[in-house]
Ligand binder design. Structure first.
Ligand SMILES: CC(C)(COP(=O)(O)OP(=O)(O)OC[C@H]1O[C@@H](n2cnc3c(N)ncnc32)[C@H](O)[C@@H]1OP(=O)(O)O)[C@@H](O)C(=O)NCCC(=O)NCCS
Length: 218
């Protein structure tokens, strides 16, 4: 049964001349926007992640990589691969390596980075790069390099924002004959204090979903 405070239907309100119609009930407050989807960051968990990584990378990067290229990076440097998930869906990945260059420079190399299109612009790639670089710093890395297509404006802007600088242009670098830019991020000397701080930041970042700061000298 309707309560006595229920306003009459609109058609009756319009006909009621004797007494003013009761004011309509206040409209419900606007619904808050849906909570931002939580992105979870995880370390590479093993071979079972390779198809997810391939799915993210193959659709986005022009350079074709075969299974063995992925294995080359992931078997030797599993600690330098991270995944971003929205629920069960892999939405981002970074694949890197780290080795001593020309017998003297401990250098990190960022091989693949991709964020699923619907999840771009939310800081996913920034977080992935920071996780990888923090891990590199904890292993005394002194600089990070990468190549990206010379006409990939969004990637160039993305890396510039993180402090990478253009080192050189590589002509017809890719199989599709496009030029690349080699980009570089100097990191400093990697002393013990910095390394242990980076390790602690790393664990905290993975536990709390926070992005560690890029440990650049710049
Ligand atoms: C480049 C790429 C990895 C960026 O991923 P993302 O998760 O959207 O990046 P973020 O949200 O962390 O972006 C951080 C900053 O990068 C810059 N940036 C990212 N995408 C950009 C775009 N399309 N245009 C201009 N600037 C862009 C912005 O400055 C942005 O900061 P802001 O949002 O505060 O302006 C993603 O566009 C991608 O996967 N591209 C295809 C694969 C690729 O090109 N990989 C890199 C080559 S190795």
């Amino acid at each position: 049964m309707a309560s006595s405070t229920t306003p009459p239907p609109p058609s009756l309100q319009a006909l009621s001349l004797a007494s003013p119609a009761p004011s309509p009930p206040p409209s419900p407050p606007p619904r808050p926007p849906p909570a931002a989807e939580t992105i979870r960051y995880e370390r590479y968990a093993g071979e079972q992640d390779i198809p997810k990584i391939m799915d993210l990378v193959d659709t986005e990067l022009s350079e074709p990589y075969n299974y063995y290229t992925y294995r080359y990076f992931l078997n030797d440097w599993p600690n330098l691969c991270f995944m971003a998930y929205a629920g069960d869906l892999a939405v981002g990945t970074i694949v890197c390596k780290q080795e001593v260059h020309r017998d003297k420079l401990n250098r990190g190399y960022l091989a693949m980075l991709s964020t699923r299109e619907a999840y771009r612009g939310k800081g996913v790639a920034t977080h992935l790069v920071r996780l990888a670089i923090t891990e590199m710093v904890s292993y005394s890395c002194e600089e990070v390099v990468l190549e990206t297509e010379a006409d990939n404006a969004s990637a160039l802007r993305f890396y510039r924002k993180l402090g990478f600088i253009k080192e050189k242009r590589l002509y017809r670098f890719y199989l599709n004959a496009k030029d690349a830019y080699r980009l570089k991020l100097p990191l400093g000397t990697g002393d013990e204090v910095r390394r242990s701080r980076a390790k602690a930041e790393m664990e905290k970042a993975l536990q709390e979903g926070m992005a560690p700061a890029v440990a650049s000298k710049a």
